[in-house]
Write a protein that binds this ligand. Structure first.
Ligand code: SAM
Length: 233
């Protein structure tokens, strides 16, 4: 299967095992992962997508609408889906209290200073139970035919495994998470040691859930995201 399918499947498998109730996909683009998670719910109750680009969000958000059959045969209990236009480098009160944040092929589109804000916002402020981050493994690039430079014109960097792991370990130290590394897309034969085509970090929060009842100051923080779509099943 194509690489993006393998990335989504990795997350579906994770959800099947750990059964998070509230999942937020940052940089969700055309909501492909959300659509799959809606199908493989495994007990998810709240599914949120965020992207900075409202054009890509609007393009296919109708694919998240319930099918007539889903009204006739309600499954699995209530499900709410929300899509927001916003940047994951900004603090948004409604993004706190999630069990899982997925971040598939997003960070390499950020400038390195924005990666700093991303880390602070996602791990420090949103502080979810778990975070899954995927990004290209630069060491795999020589195996990609005809590739010169980065895999996409909009990539600001592509990290080696060591670079990704240095960032991830730094985040864990600062925000009290643990991380394990894996990936999808394997090379064969003696090329195996370049690692996966897509590298993935799975982060788990080491401390108990953040207190849901926010302090006064925090509950007064204004919303910065723009709600574009909401459906309740
Ligand atoms: N996660 C999707 C997937 O795997 O198919 C899309 C990945 S796409 C390569 C990267 C997405 O990140 C784009 O849709 C882009 O608009 C979004 N993005 C870039 N910077 C962002 C930011 N600061 N906040 C939220 N989304 C952002």
């Amino acid at each position: 299967p194509p690489l993006y399918t393998q990335r989504y499947q990795f997350i579906i498998d994770y959800v099947k095992t750990y059964r998070p109730k509230k999942v937020i996909d940052v940089g969700c683009a055309e909501c492909r992962l959300l659509k799959k998670l809606k199908f493989h719910r495994n007990g998810i109750q709240l599914l949120v997508g965020v992207d900075i680009n409202s054009v890509v969000l609007l393009k296919r958000m109708h694919t998240l609408a319930p099918l007539v059959s889903e009204y006739l045969q309600p499954s699995d209990g209530p499900l709410t889906i929300e899509l927001y236009q916003g940047s994951v480098t900004e603090r948004e009160p409604c993004t706190r209290g999630f069990d899982l944040v997925t971040c598939v092929e997003l960070i390499e589109h950020l400038e390195l200073v924005e990666v700093e804000s991303f880390s602070e916002v996602v791990f420090g402020y949103m502080a979810p139970g778990a975070v899954i981050v995927s990004t290209p493994n630069a060491e795999f690039n020589p195996l990609l035919p005809g590739l010169r430079g980065f895999r996409n014109y909009d990539h600001k960097f592509e990290w080696t495994r060591a670079e990704f792991q240095t960032w991830a370990h730094g985040v864990c130290r600062e925000y009290d998470y643990s991380v394990q590394f894996t990936g999808v897309g394997e090379a064969v034969g003696h090329w195996r040691d370049v690692g996966f085509c897509t590298q993935i970090g799975v982060f788990q929060r080491n401390f108990d859930g953040i207190n849901q009842s926010m302090s006064n100051a925090e509950s007064l923080e204004p919303s910065v995201y723009k709600l574009l779509y909401k459906v309740v099943y």
